[in-house]
Write a protein that binds this ligand. Structure first.
Ligand code: ZN
Length: 366
């Protein structure tokens, strides 16, 4: 089979012929129909300090990728729930059933959890193997180019809803303009938030935010705009009920805690390129009575269930966020689009089978 493989501890990846994965008794083999590029893949592709520390030279070669939709073509001897022919996506967080967190129902943050395409071979290939425990059976109405984006849409959903899903009629400011942040705008719309702002850097992405239903967008790098004052004006002088931090920057932390109203909720999703970062602990958190949620992945499988229903019902249309569709072997173009600044792409979907790409283009009338 063909696969995108990180072979050497240096930037880039190779398109190689690899043996079909051998499945373990608890695994299934998936024929990939669509797979999409995530910021995590870009870290690995660039081989930045995070990738060097997390993966390291010793584990190479390794296949990249984790956002995926495909068909089950083989099931292991111990597999019970998943059947041949099932159309699935994979939860990226492969949990260990013996972890305390798994026993407590917090599967997504286990100590021994492995991430698909980060801690083991991933889905940028014609086939990949995955435990049935993390397979999510897709609604057949979802085209593969949409089904593959359920994983980051799950991030967006968890970031917007937090732990209590108490959002209807509330206000939110989303900091960041990457694909997950743009998807969060759509989730906020469909969940009944009534004032949705997004702070971003790039015109291309701010336009998508508007298409997804943002009530207003602000430039993160405009020195003439007082973003905190603007948000207060939008929210009766109180500040926003919810901040979704999806940029991972010092500026987003500084402004986000100031924009948050007293008793508001701060969802921390963005990953900082350097940590620790500074927070105004007294005024931003303690005296404000702020609730802070760390968002690592998706709730399993509560988030998947909601995401599937958002999409299958037609209530949420994520097509503005899917900006590019390519064949798997055009991955260099895809990664270049992801890396280029100013940004002119959001979610990029790759198809191993050119016929599947053609069908997707027909659906999207491209
Ligand atoms: Zn991802």
């Amino acid at each position: 089979m063909k696969a995108i493989v990180k072979t050497t501890p240096a930037p880039g990846a190779e398109f190689l012929e690899k043996a079909l994965p051998q499945i373990a008794p608890d695994q299934v083999l998936i024929k990939v129909r669509a797979t999409s590029i995530c910021g995590t893949d870009v870290h690995i592709y660039k081989w930045d300090p995070w990738a060097q520390g997390r993966i390291g030279e010793k584990r190479l070669p390794q296949i990249l990728g984790h956002e995926v939709a495909g068909d089950v073509v083989e099931v292991g001897a111990h597999v019970k729930r998943i059947k041949l022919g099932d159309y699935i996506s994979a939860e990226t967080h492969i949990y260990h059933p013996g972890d305390l967190t798994a026993l407590l129902g917090q599967f997504h943050i286990g100590e021994r959890m492995k991430i698909l395409g980060v801690d083991c071979d991933g889905a940028f290939a014609e086939y990949f193997a995955v435990p049935e425990s993390v397979c999510w059976i897709n609604d057949p109405a979802l085209p593969p180019e949409v089904a593959t984006v359920q994983e980051p849409l799950g991030n967006a959903t968890y970031t917007v809803l937090g732990e209590d899903a108490d959002v209807a009629g509330k206000s939110v400011v989303i900091l960041g303009d990457g694909p997950a942040a743009l998807l969060a705008v759509g989730v906020a719309r469909v969940c009944g938030l009534t004032s949705i702002g997004l702070v971003g850097k790039y015109d291309f992405n701010l336009d998508i935010a508007k298409k997804m239903g943002a009530d207003y967008v602000l430039y993160a790098n405009d020195p003439d705009v007082d973003r905190v004052a603007f948000v207060k004006e939008q929210t009766g002088g109180y500040g926003t009920d919810i901040v979704c931090e999806m940029a991972g920057s010092q500026q987003a932390l500084d402004e986000g805690f100031k924009m948050l109203r007293r008793g508001g909720r701060f969802s921390a999703f963005g990953i900082a390129s350097q940590s620790p970062l500074l927070i105004d602990y007294n005024n931003g958190i303690v005296f404000k009575g702020a609730q802070i949620y760390g968002i690592n992945g998706r709730k399993m499988f509560d988030t998947w269930y909601r995401v599937r229903n958002f999409l299958a019902s037609g209530r949420l249309d994520i097509s503005p966020v899917i900006t590019h569709m390519l064949t798997l072997d055009q991955y260099v173009t895809g990664f270049d689009l992801m890396i280029t600044r100013p940004r002119a792409s959001a979610k990029i979907v790759l198809f191993p089978d050119p016929a599947e790409l053609e069908a997707a283009k027909q659906r999207r009338k491209l």
